[in-house]
Ligand binder design. Sequence first.
Ligand code: EPZ
Length: 439
Amino acid sequence: MDKLVIEGGAKLQGIVEISGSKNASLPVLAATLLTAEESIVENVPALNDVQTLSQLLRSLGSQITRDEGVFLISNQDIHSVEAEYDIVRKMRASVLVLGPLVARFGKARVSLPGGCAIGARPIDMHLRGLEQMGAKVVLEHGYVEATAPEGGLVGTRIVFEIPSVGATENLMMAACLASGTTVIENAACEPEIEELARALSSMGAKIQGAGTNVIQIDGVSSLSGLQHCVEADRIEGATFVAIAAATQGDLLIKNIQLNHLENILMRFQEAGCEISPEGANALRVRGPEKLKNIDIQTAPYPGFPTDMQAQFMACMCLADGISHIEEDIWENRFMHTPELVRMGADISMNGNLAVVRGVSKLTGASVMATDLRASAGLIIAALAAEGVSEILRIYHLDRGYVKIEEKLSNLGACIKRVKQDGSSVVIQPHIVMPAEAGI
Ligand code: EPZ
């Protein structure tokens, strides 16, 4: 397994460009299953999770041609409606094919994803919603088999007990081809939902209210090819804000949607970062000499995202005072804390609350990444730490961050990837200072 070796202490400076969003790409790619016509999706990030979904789509019969970030997808010859365990176990978002398959083909058999490092991650709300639309759902042999009634799924009113991003996406896609109107109440409001709705609308779907907690979908009998350009990854963008914050850095972060980051930027500003928009979709972030302690509580959008909790915690490890970090989305998303403690952080846990007492310095250590965002948190700590750190199990990182070591190296980080066979990947940094870019 590859590892990252980082020598901390550099104040990162320069320009970084944010890639297309992982969590927007996955549902948009799954949505192409709703039509037999050719779809085109642009700005798809080169990530392992995208590769896994492509593998799944191909196993169903999708023809996918890929030119850099542009995907041409034809789902004319779908010959299977089964998502196998071997693929689903690699990536839970595979379950997003369920809604489109049942809606278009009347049937789907999808392996139950099972739990993962961050929590149990049930899909009961996805299944209950499909049942409410008339599907018969059977759980057997580790698979969920969903069958639409004769004549197809039927629009209905679905009220979620908690907002779920994946359930909102799955049911919104299913409802596009259901007969009549579906209303999803207490829907998730994440930007990725709004983006999926835009992609579905490009196919002729009739959706109102996406991005609010009540979404109405008027079903249509068929959809045309999807055309969409994936927006920038807001969590990758925010991760670079955290990197500037922790390293006393000075970064120009390009290609981000500022309005999707409001809550996060406010927290970093309160923590002492100087943050200024540079035009419509770029941001300059300067980290302070010493961060201030800030409390956060993760919440569905527009609250502070759970996907930034580990990165924020890494910053707070070096803050001037005590911060309280409450994780309210996933029941087990604190696996990075013992690793941060190994680097000298002072963190005590009490259920879903972490109490982080800022220390004057972190020291490099060998640490283990346990999930995607935990990996990002450990990278931030390693960049800010004194000495050398090794981050093991970075395959998690490759699921969600495009060329992170290259991007960091171009900002002046001392970082290298060491391959499983012991060989290192040497990166020739290309550093452009914000000042040289006319900023
Ligand atoms: C999405 O996961 C993201 N993944 C996650 O990002 C993110 O952490 C999460 O939303 C919350 O923002 C993708 O978009 C691919 P949920 P999802 O359904 O859809 C409970 C990352 O690092 N729940 O909104 O699976 C669930 O257990 C990843 O990029 C049920 O109880 O999340 C959780 O507590 C990790 N029953 C809460 O809802 C259900 O049927 C929110 O989960 C569904 C969810």
